[in-house]
Design a protein around this ligand. Sequence first.
Ligand SMILES: O=C(O)CCC(=O)C(=O)O
Ligand SMILES: [Fe+2]
Length: 324
Amino acid sequence: MASAEIQRAQARAKEMARARSSRSARGKKLLQSPRSKTSIASMAALAVVALAVTLSSLATGSSNAGGRLVTADVLETPWREAVQRAPLPNGERLVEGCHVPETWRHVEDAFISDEEIDILLRMVEKGMASSRGDTGGPTILDVNGGFMKDGMGVQTIYGGDSPVSFTSEEYKVYARMFDRIRERIMEVNNLETLYFTAPTFVARIVGNESWTPLELHDEYWHPHVDKDNTPHYDMSGLVYLTTHGEDFDGGEFVFLDEGNPTVVRPRRGRFITFSSGQENPHRFTPVTRGTRYAFSMWFSCDKAHQFKTFLDGKVHRAFHRDEL
Ligand SMILES: O=C(O)CCC(=O)C(=O)O
Ligand SMILES: [Fe+2]
């Protein structure tokens, strides 16, 4: 890279760092990624830093709504932002090493490989095969609990006339995803304990603007706090199987910080985590075209809420734990 170009890239890097720190609001700290290390002496290292800035600036910017935007372009390094945890609801016992005072909003790409995503998509389609909700709106599948909910109501998937049967390869990929996510959330937030909990599900939303929800519960786009809905949720995790702007339009995830929302566009294989309390109100916008798939999963600091029957072979036919 020519030296004038490096200088320009450096100036751009400084400007971006300045813009970033001036946007840091309400006690939040933005992580200074490797690009802010302007003290690196060698020209070669500076060139690498400048390149990282250029790549990263492709994937982040400002959204139409005026807030920050994490685009659906691939992130070379995770996008991260620290938040101060809101006080625990009255009566909830604080678990040291799990209810840490500061947690990270963390967005990471290529968390699940293409091959794994294909297996998961196959699994989801199999589990939703009897869905009557393909005219729009959400179909929700809980593989662990064994039910599927579409616009017409709830059905069990392992019982009935034509029970769904997943292969052990499908179960393996599915179970490993949860294990890896739990470990990653612990790593990112420096936690000592964290338990996978239930319920957890995958949602398929077929964009159709003429679709009208039957009940309030079907209006998936409402702002909410995960822990307000389910008090034992402490950490939230999301994995997307399709990409905004390619497979579907709309369906953008938004952290609802007052006056400064952050939009994260789903991308196939993208993983998002954040703590589940009042510090992270969020929503996602209506899907207007195509099909959006998202796994939602939650983790608890309370051992009593650990999901123990996960893939234990009792709920799930045609599955043997030994095969995992
Ligand atoms: O699918 C998403 O982007 C978010 C889902 C969500 O907020 C939830 O399941 O609680
Ligand atoms: Fe949520």
